[in-house]
Ligand binder design. Structure first.
Ligand code: CIZ
Length: 310
């Protein structure tokens, strides 16, 4: 019987397995702190997929949710992309299906489909452009003004981009992130009164954005927020997005205080990944996310257009 090696900690076991598998661990900004701490890179989904492309590791363990691993598989078809838990999906991505996009395009044959990165590979394959929350405005601005835009699936990000670009002919799908709807404007009003010196940073997926957009000091993507709090001279920040991001902010800025706009804004899917599942994934080389070649080719086009724009 093979003798199982013993380790002083689970982190030590992960390091050993990572070496054995020639693996790299990527963690999204919304992951639990322990996973961010053992990751080689922490960031937003696009940055992580780009890190995956640069690495010469054979195995990429993507700690995030399913569509993010799909994006890494589309950008790095030659690599083995694993996730710790195959059930870690995205409610927002599930709110639009490829058939919905096809039907919308049939009704709007001249429409240009812009999909948020929070979509399945099948939906990306039906889209003309992809975007993230950090570049959605630039992507939309790059599309000729006489073209009608069909934006999927996030209604609030779409509303923000429409407002920023002044784009009139832009229709929005009515999808939303349930985690970001936990952040409510009444709670923000109270927090702002309690912390008058704090800067208030809001993610554009927030459901209260239509009411509180004008109250935010900045509306930023996760990476935008991480960068902003490092550069700002403020000492206190109210952060309106998934609470996992506070871990990195606190680590990188020990002299500053970060207050979640809602302690309930935690994504159940993001929190399904654990250190134990990371061990299993590296040990058993499970669970692989592989976008089939023909689909990956079609889904790559809108991502490639986005990367060229930004
Ligand atoms: O692209 C990402 O990682 C998401 C979903 C949000 C963000 O603002 O970074």
């Amino acid at each position: 019987m093979a003798v199982r090696k013993t380790y002083n900690s689970i982190e030590e076991e992960i390091l050993d397995l990572k070496r054995k598998r020639n693996a790299v661990i990527l963690a999204h900004n919304y992951q639990v702190g322990e996973i961010q701490d053992i990751a080689d890179f922490t960031g937003d989904s696009l940055r992580l997929a780009q890190e995956a492309k640069k690495t010469d590791a054979d195995v990429i363990l993507f700690c995030g949710v399913h569509f993010m691993a799909e994006t890494a598989s589309i950008l790095c078809p030659e690599k083995k992309v694993l996730v710790p838990d195959m059930e870690a999906g995205c409610s927002l991505a599930d709110m639009v299906r490829p058939g919905d996009v096809r039907a919308w395009k049939e009704k709007n044959p001249d429409g240009v489909v812009v999909c948020y990165v929070n979509t399945s590979a099948e939906v990306k394959a039906e889209s003309d452009y992809c975007c993230t929350s950090s570049n959605a405005q630039k992507v939309v601005e790059s599309i000729p003004a006489d073209k009608k835009i069909l934006f999927v699936p996030d209604y609030f990000l779409g509303t923000y981009v429409k407002e920023q670009t002044g784009r009139k002919d832009m229709e929005l799908w009515r999808g939303y992130c349930p985690t970001h709807t936990m952040i409510q404007s009444s709670a923000i009003d109270v927090l702002r009164e309690e912390h008058p010196g704090a800067e208030f940073l809001m993610h554009p997926e927030c459901g209260c954005l239509t009411r509180s957009m004008h109250l935010a000091d900045k509306i930023l993507s996760t990476e935008g927020m991480v960068r902003y709090v490092q550069e700002s001279h403020a000492k206190e920040f109210i952060i309106a997005t998934e609470t996992g991001i506070l871990h990195r902010m606190r680590q990188q800025n020990p002299g500053k205080t970060f207050i979640p706009a809602s302690a309930q804004a935690t994504c159940t899917y993001m929190k399904m990944n654990t250190l134990e599942k990371v061990v299993d994934a590296l040990e058993k080389l499970q669970y692989e996310v592989k976008v089939p070649e023909a689909l990956a080719k079609r889904a790559y086009l809108p991502i490639k257009r986005m990367i060229e724009i930004v």
